[in-house]
Design a protein around this ligand. Structure first.
Ligand code: TYD
Length: 141
């Protein structure tokens, strides 16, 4: 998954069911998202000014949702950068493998919900930006 670009990533609209007692949004495997969800995690209590991410994945697909509050996600394929502001719980950012991502500008109380296609595997991470650039160019580090 080394040839992916930021244009393979997109902000998608999720279902939003209005209800007088509040709303509900549903995400389903291989329907709402183009992968099977194997893992769900969420970031919260993020200190003001803090930045998260700062890595790429070799095989992992993810859907990132601002379940509460807002934050920005900057995607980088080694050539082009795109920044998305996530601030609605019924929108999600689909990220394909091979994309460097940085999350910042977290609002107070923000919750970053991540739906992921694989179980946690540190070997799937590229945490060094120079290694990432080499990986994108050659497929080797
Ligand atoms: P990391 O993915 O680097 O965080 P972020 O991208 O949100 O800044 O993960 C931070 C730490 O948490 C890292 O030491 C690995 C651990 N971790 C797990 O053990 N399991 C998981 O599913 C995730 C996402 C992280």
């Amino acid at each position: 998954m080394i040839k992916t670009t930021v244009y393979d990533c997109s902000l998608i609209e999720l279902s939003k069911h209005h209800h007088e007692k509040g709303n509900i949004t549903v995400v389903e495997n291989n329907f709402t998202v183009p992968f099977g969800i194997q893992r769900t995690y969420y970031l919260y209590d993020i200190p003001g000014g803090e930045s998260r991410g700062g890595h790429a994945h070799r095989e992992l697909h993810q859907l990132i949702i601002a379940a509460s509050g807002s934050f920005s996600v900057t995607l980088d394929d080694g050539n082009v950068k795109r920044t998305f502001m996530l601030n609605r719980p019924y929108q999600g950012l689909l990220i394909v493998p091979g994309i460097w991502r940085t999350l910042d500008d977290f609002s107070s109380g923000a919750v970053c919900l991540v739906l992921a296609s694989k179980k946690y595997d540190e070997l799937d991470y590229i945490r060094n930006y120079q290694e990432f650039i080499v990986y994108k160019n050659n497929g080797i580090e």
